[in-house]
Design a protein around this ligand. Structure first.
Ligand code: 13P
Length: 296
């Protein structure tokens, strides 16, 4: 009874203050309903949709991709609310585009050029990716940073090239084992994010997705514990909030690094983990689907 009176008091407080005629039951009902609905809407608006993304890296063939997508489509439950994305090798994007055309699975590329067009042999532009109906593109994956020498400045330009072509960039960030052991994790990931913010503003972050992938957890079978990952995700969000509270609240921050059907549920249960970027386990339909199921 006390709880009921407190709740009713909360909903009626501004009304009582303003008009002091809160004894009319019809008015009470209307006010409670209106405030309840607007509160509910605010909570729903604030909830970030989860995103489960597969990064196939340099794996697959036409046949294996057809089989993989058939398996994913066969078991994807339409009642799951999370968004699903597969990032395929560039040459298979037209094939994937056809295969996912009628499904809820979105398609992304794994890289793009920071240049618009011209004499850049071997490169693929954002306009080309948009032309073949890619919706997302990974930028700054640690394998590109470490094996292909992409600096945070180049990554920021790629991020912007994606936005300019209507693609949603997934900004991959993360620290190496040495950096973690030296206690510089947050310094490293903030600098990777700030390279985009300094060049293109916090509005650019609002239009993309962030994927925190500790380098030491990628392809190693070593996952960050849910607490470790949540700690970094929360700090990333707090960092974004220093620029814009709404962007911080709304930005999806995915975790990547040996996510699999066994650890997905616990990782995804963390308040600031909004999905996963999955390598190895995204190549097997039943494993990828199990992670989608855990995300719900
Ligand atoms: P693994 O899931 O194989 O560790 O790869 C993670 C990753 O790099 C996704 O981009």
């Amino acid at each position: 009874m006390l709880v009921f009176r407190l709740v009713l008091g909360y909903y009626l407080r501004p009304f009582v203050k303003r008009q002091n005629i809160a004894k009319n039951p019809v008015v009470i009902k209307a006010v409670v309903k209106q405030r309840y609905l607007s509160d509910l809407k605010r909570v729903l608006d604030m909830a970030r949709q989860r995103l489960i993304a597969g990064n196939w890296k340099m794996n697959g063939s036409s046949d294996s991709i057809k089989e993989l997508l058939a398996g994913i489509h066969g078991d994807l439950d339409p009642s799951w609310k999370s968004a699903v994305l597969v990032c395929a090798p560039a040459v298979y994007l037209p094939l994937v585009s056809d295969l996912v055309a009628e499904s809820k699975v979105a398609m992304g590329a794994q890289n793009l050029s920071e240049q618009a067009s011209g004499a850049y042999t071997g490169e693929i532009s954002g306009a080309m990716l948009a032309d073949i109906k890619a919706q997302f593109v990974l930028v700054g994956h640690s394998e590109r940073r470490s094996l292909y020498g992409e600096s945070s400045e180049v990554v920021a330009d790629k991020y912007n090239a994606a936005l300019e072509n209507g693609l949603k960039p997934v900004l991959c960030i993360g620290e190496t084992l040495e950096e973690r052991e030296a206690g510089t994790t947050m310094e490293v990931v903030k600098a990777q994010i700030d390279a985009v913010i300094n060049q293109y503003g916090i509005e650019a972050i609002a239009k993309g997705v962030i994927a925190y992938e500790p380098v030491w957890a990628i392809g190693t079978g070593k996952t960050a514990t849910p607490e470790q990952a949540q700690g970094v995700h929360a700090e990333i969000r707090a960092h974004l909030a220093q620029f814009d509270a709404q962007v911080a609240e709304e930005t999806q921050i995915l975790y990547g690094g040996s996510m699999n059907p066994t650890n997905a549920e616990q990782l995804l249960a963390q308040a600031d983990i909004d999905g996963g970027l999955i390598g190895g386990a995204s190549l097997k339909a039943e494993q990828f689907i199990a992670i989608c199921k855990a995300a719900g």
